[in-house]
Structure formats: structure tokens, C-alpha cells
Design a protein around this ligand. Structure first.
Ligand SMILES: Cc1ncc(C[n+]2csc(CCOP(=O)(O)OP(=O)(O)O)c2C)c(N)n1
Ligand SMILES: [Mg+2]
Length: 658
């Protein structure tokens, strides 16, 4: 993409950002003026001379991505989007900064307004998510060549670079040679507590260089230096760090350069003084026409670029492919899955659900070209790589499988970025217990309503000898606690196939698949017309007479519940077994369905995990057979015996409640 328009002096454009940030924070009596005022010059040059986006087509696939990783500086983004003319960001929204129902939330929230590419605020995570957007660009370029060459620009603060996630992100981006990733570090040497020398003495430039980045120092208040640095960064084949030396709160004469401007309103007197200092003599929330006109030119340039791109797409021989790819239509999967499930009903494989997941992935990845797999260095354990799914290398992104390295949080945030790019559907694996390492990104995916798929294997003490460090006990409960996250723990190959159908069909929430290490028998022995896993819970084994007891289990413990049911039935007890792969899916069913599945009889829940979260299906007096503390290192059978998760124990828990 060529740059066509330049303006030598961005200072008034930057001052508009400063004024709007000061005024909106003052009006809200809360917020962070320091960072937007400090980085206004960098942002003005970036937008004025480089950024390509079209406010009238905010989802244009080849738009440049702008990620405000330092999300507390949200007014910088809102001011820019207002000045660019996004139709959902009128001045009224800036006046109502941080108020109930406004689009201008305290921190930028994806989906609240156009031009917000990602929810940020948890420091460092925006940077890691941007890595995923840059990965997407390279993946797309490898497939659609000239159609996708966007840049991902990030503003990161000292906090983003101090957070541990930055290490994973930087390491990954340097290794993968994400040349279209440009990070502008707001090197203002201030954080909340005061000077950064209170808490860090890292040479950031050396750190980035060590990870394979192009690095350059920039005077963040010198527009030509900023532009020269951005030119260099865009040319360099490596990801770029621009260390922008700035003054926090630039323009506020008595407060700039101090942590006082980080996160508090300046006060009316200081705002008046700043107006004098900056030579900005316009009233609050008023922007002169010539400044609007300058920002509008950016939108016009973007609109032209978008129209040119549309025209080139129209004549591209890749048009049909690309368009289909963007739609992420899963219809081709339905047919392939129907055939696969029919085969399962004949073969009745006894496999671990992680293996069943790989078998399902053979079908998913063959049917859907837009899925992108990966693992945090556990490919052979998670079984996330399907037949013929080739690995991406730094030199060649035509593959469909990413080696994310031992970076669970980095992987998860990057997957969110890939999903947010709109170009691919990512899934990635690790052990379930390490969901805790990934949790902040799982949480943000849920908050953003982004359909990232987390493949989490080795989902209980059933993993055996690796012991309690690796055996999740509280993890399922903690994941079920996250709103808008679908957790699915299938019991056999058929449920696992259905779980993958759900995962690929889900567009507005992330999905966690909790999968076993150990082999499990086929319990679903025929094909059902409906996806029963999507019901969340269903009667797997019914009884003839009125139910005396209902056993409810998930995943690997459904087998145990079935054995317990055999024992109870042998005693003449009418027992039903409910397979409950997903509490979230079950919660969405009509009350009448839920009541019918659970019945009135006493219930016993079985899961090799803690009872917390089971109040979804268990009442006060119902029983639960599971874990009450950490596991132990031993062979699987010894563990299930030791912790009393056995058919006998389940049958006994049922008997005492008859
Ligand atoms: C993960 C995380 N931890 C803590 C915070 C709270 N917090 C918000 S801004 C900030 C200081 C950030 O310093 P810096 O990035 O240098 O921003 P500046 O003060 O320069 O604007 C902190 C600790 C957060 N938003 N996210
Ligand atoms: Mg700072």
C-alpha cells in the first residue's frame, strides 16, 4: 500500500486529542489524561501519515489494526475515532465518557464502538493480542498474497512492557518475524507509583533486540523523528519497537512529567493553563473546522484505499476463495461430520477424548480451510495437529499449525488476536491445569464475545503419574465461573465429535474443550439426529419404572456412573444416568427440558474435580463423588481408588439416598 498524503505539522491534530482527553476526563471526574496527552504527537503522525482505515467500512479486511494496549489511555482512541468521523462516535459520546450506556467505557471495549479492535486495559495483553493480528496478516498474505498486507500498530506503556505477558509476546513475534507489527512504546518513565526507576531497570531496547526485533529510539514530540522512525519500521522485515521518549501529560504546565497526571482529572485551573501552554484557545468539546478537516483527510485517504482494494478484489482470481474464507461458513462440516459420526457408531472406538478430538479435527480441518491449529509445545500430548496439517515456520506461513512455544498466555492472547482479525478461526492446546496461565486471555475472549477455542487435555487425576502439579481439580469450576464461556467435557468419541461441531458453530463465545488423557469406551453407540452434547446434559441411560435415583457425570466419569448404574440395577433399583458435558449449554435449555432430564429422584454427581459449580444440577441433599483436595502422583487406577471415585462409591452414595 502506498502512502499518498502528508502533512508536515500534526501539532494541532495532536492538540485536539489532548484537549478532548483533558475535557472528557474532567467531565467524567475520572479517567487517565496523562497517556493520551503524552502520546498525542506519536498518534497524530501515525494516523496522519500511515494508518489506512475507512470509518465507513470499519470491518474492511485489509485495514490497518490499531491496538491501544495501554487501555487506560482510552480517551486517545475515542478522541481519534471521533475526529476521524466514525458515525457512532459523536461528540456526545465523549461528553458521556465512562457513563452508563455510553460507548466510551473506562477502557476500550471491543464491540462497543467501531474502530475498537480489541478490549484493552489488562496491561500487556493488548500487545499479545496484537501479535495474533500480525500472525493473521502473515497467514492471510501466504494465501491471498497482495490482498492482505495490513500493519498492526500498538501503543504500549511501561506497564505493558513490565507485565510478564510481554515477554511471551515479544519472544513469539521476534521468532515469527512479524514484520508488519510496530510497537510504539510510550517511554515516559512514569507509572502510577511514580518514576519507573522505583520498580524496573531493564534496558527495554536491548530486551527487544535480543528477541529479534528492529529497535529505534524516537523523540515522541518531534513529528519528523516519529515519521522517520515509522518509515524505518515499516520497511524492516522484523517486528519493530519504537521507544518513544515522551512527557506524560504533555502540555499541562504544572503537572506534566509527573505521576499526578496518570489517572486523575487535571482540574479546571490546570486545564486552563494547559490551553494557554498549547496555544489551544477553543472551549471544551469544541474542535475547529480546520482540525476536523485535517483528520477527515485521513478518512478520505482510507476510503480511497479501501475502494481501490475493493476494485482489486473484484478482479482477483482469489475473490471467491477469499470471500468464502471470510464468511467462515461451516456448512461443509455438517456433511463431513455426519459421515464421521456414522462411522463412529459402527467402530465404537475406545480412545481418550484427546485422541477423539484429533480424529474430529481430521474432519474439521479437512472441511474448513479457515481453521488454524496450534499448541503451547504439547502437540503430541494435546493431539491438536491433524492429518496433513502442516506447521507454520517463520519463513513460510502457508501452513495451518502454529508452534506457540511454552507460552500459554501468549498463545491464548494471540489466538484472540487471530480471531479478532476476522480472517481465521484459531484453536490451541495445553494441559487443562495450565488454563490458569491462560486465564486472563480466556476471560477477555469471553468478555469480547470472541470465538477462540481452547483445547485443554489431561483434564483430571486421570492423567496419572505426573501428579498434583498437573492434575486439575478446581480448574473446571473456575472456568465455569467465567461468564460467556462454554466449557465442554465430553465422555467419548461421539460427544467429542459433537463438541467440535459446537465449537466451530459458536460465533459469540470462546469454548473450552476439557479432554481426557486416558482411554474411554464408546458410550454413545448410535447416531442421534440431534447434537445431544449441545443440550448440555441428557439422559444417556434410562430406566423402565419411575426413577429412584439419577446419576449425573461428565467426561471420563460417565463411564464410572454407567458401571454404578449396572450395580444398582442388579439390585433392582431404577436408575438413570445423565451425561452432562456442558453446564453452560444445559443452562440455556428450557426449564421443562432440564426438569425432565434431572428428574425428582435423589441425584448423585460424579466428576474427578471439586463439587463447586455442581449446584447447577445438584441440590443440598444430593450426593457428589469427586475430589476435595489436590491429587497425587500414582498410576491412574490407584488414584481413582485412593480418592474414592469408583462405581462402588457412586452406588453407595445412591443407596444412602434412596
Ligand atoms: C494487568 C494490570 N495490572 C494493573 C493495572 C492497573 N494499572 C493501570 S495503568 C497502570 C500503570 C501503567 O503505567 P504505564 O503503562 O507506564 O502508563 P502511564 O502511567 O505511563 O500512562 C496500572 C498499574 C492494569 N490496568 N492491568
Ligand atoms: Mg508510563
Amino acid at each position: 500500500m502506498t502512502i499518498t498524503m502528508k502533512s508536515a505539522d500534526e501539532r494541532p491534530m495532536a492538540n485536539a486529542i489532548r484537549a478532548l482527553a483533558m475535557d472528557a476526563v474532567q467531565a467524567a471526574n475520572s479517567g487517565h489524561p496523562g497517556m493520551p496527552m503524552g502520546m498525542a504527537d506519536v498518534a497524530a503522525v501515525l494516523f496522519n501519515r500511515y494508518i489506512m482505515l475507512d470509518p465507513a467500512h470499519d470491518k474492511w479486511p485489509n485495514r490497518d489494526r490499531f491496538v491501544l494496549s495501554a487501555g487506560h489511555g482510552s480517551m486517545l482512541l475515542y478522541a481519534i475515532n471521533h475526529l476521524l468521523g466514525y458515525d457512532d462516535m459523536p461528540m456526545e459520546q465523549l461528553r458521556r465518557f465512562r457513563q452508563m450506556g455510553s460507548r466510551t467505557a473506562g477502557h476500550p471495549e471491543y464491540g462497543h464502538a467501531k474502530g475498537i479492535e480489541v478490549t484493552t486495559g489488562p496491561l500487556g495483553q493488548g500487545l499479545a493480542t496484537a501479535v495474533g493480528m500480525a500472525i493473521s496478516q502473515r497467514l492471510a498474505e501466504a494465501r491471498f498474497a497482495e490482498l492482505i498486507d495490513y500493519f498492526t500498530y500498538v501503543i504500549a506503556g511501561d506497564g505493558c512492557l513490565m507485565e510478564g505477558i510481554s515477554h511471551e509476546a515479544i519472544d513469539m513475534a521476534g521468532h515469527m518475524r512479524l514484520g508488519h507489527l510496530v510497537v510504539m512504546w510510550d517511554d515516559n518513565r512514569i507509572t502510577i507509583d511514580g518514576d519507573t526507576n522505583l520498580s524496573t531497570s531493564t534496558d527495554q531496547k536491548t530486551r527487544f533486540a535480543a528477541a529479534g526485533w528492529h529497535v529505534r529510539s524516537v523523540d515522541g514530540h518531534d513529528v519528523e523523528d516519529i515519521a522517520a522512525a515509522l518509515d524505518e519500521a515499516r520497511r524492516d522485515p522484523r517486528p519493530s519497537l519504537l521507544a518513544c521518549r515522551t512527557i506524560i501529560g504533555f502540555g499541562a504546565p504544572n503537572k506534566q512529567g509527573s505521576h499526578d497526571v496518570h489517572g486523575a482529572p487535571l482540574g479546571n485551573a490546570e486545564i486552563a493553563a494547559a490551553r494557554v501552554q498549547l496555544g489551544w484557545d477553543h472551549p471544551a468539546f469544541e474542535i475547529p473546522d480546520e482540525v476536523y478537516a485535517a483528520w477527515n483527510k485521513i478518512a478520505e485517504r482510507g476510503s480511497d484505499a479501501r475502494a481501490t482494494w475493493d476494485a482489486s478484489l473484484a478482479v482477483s482470481d482469489k475473490k471467491a476463495d477469499f470471500t468464502a474464507h471470510l464468511q467462515q461458513d461451516i456448512t461443509p462440516l455438517n456433511k463431513a461430520m455426519a459421515a464421521y459420526k456414522a462411522k463412529l457408531a459402527i467402530d465404537l472406538p475406545k480412545v481418550a477424548t484427546r485422541k477423539a478430538s484429533q480424529m474430529a479435527l481430521d474432519v474439521v480441518n479437512a472441511a474448513l480451510p479457515f481453521s488454524i491449529g496450534g499448541s503451547a509445545d504439547l502437540t503430541g500430548s494435546n493431539l491438536t495437529q491433524s492429518k496433513g496439517q502442516t506447521s507454520v515456520t517463520p519463513a513460510d506461513f502457508s501452513g495451518r499449525y502454529l508452534h506457540y512455544g511454552i507460552r500459554e498466555f501468549g498463545m491464548s492472547a494471540a489466538m484472540n488476536g487471530i480471531a479478532l482479525s476476522g480472517l481465521f478461526r484459531p484453536y490451541g492446546g495445553t494441559f487443562l491445569v495450565f488454563a490458569d496461565y491462560a486465564r486472563p486471555a480466556i476471560r477477555l475472549a469471553a468478555l469480547m464475545q470472541v470465538p477462540t477455542i481452547f483445547v485443554m487435555t489431561h483434564d483430571s487425576i486421570g492423567l496419572g503419574e505426573d501428579g498434583p502439579t498437573h492434575q486439575p481439580v478446581e480448574t473446571l469450576a473456575s472456568l465455569r465461573a467465567i461468564p460467556n464461556l462454554t466449557v465442554i467435557r465430553p465422555c467419548d468419541a461421539m460427544e467429542t465429535a459433537e463438541a467440535w461441531e459446537i465449537a466451530m458453530a459458536t460465533r459469540t463465545s470462546p469454548v473450552v474443550l476439557a479432554l481426557s488423557r486416558q482411554g474411554l469406551p464408546a458410550l454413545r453407540t448410535s447416531v442421534s439426529a440431534e447434537n445431544l452434547t449441545a443440550k448440555g446434559a441428557y439422559v444417556l441411560r434410562d430406566c423402565d419404572g419411575p426413577r429412584q435415583v439419577t446419576l449425573i457425570a461428565s467426561g471420563s466419569e460417565v463411564e464410572i456412573a454407567m458401571q454404578a448404574a449396572d450395580q444398582l440395577a442388579a439390585k433392582g433399583i431404577s436408575v438413570a444416568v445423565v451425561s452432562a458435558p456442558s453446564f453452560e449449554c444445559f443452562a440455556k435449555q428450557p426449564a421443562a427440558y432440564r426438569d425432565a432430564v434431572l428428574g425428582d429422584a435423589p441425584r448423585v454427581g460424579v466428576e474427578a474435580a471439586i463439587r463447586m459449580s455442581w449446584d447447577m444440577v445438584l441440590r443440598q441433599d444430593d450426593g457428589f463423588v469427586g475430589m476435595t483436595g489436590f491429587g497425587a502422583s500414582a498410576p491412574i487406577d490407584a488414584l481413582y481408588d485412593h480418592f474414592g471415585i469408583t462405581a462402588k462409591a457412586v452406588a453407595e452414595a445412591a443407596m444412602t439416598r434412596l
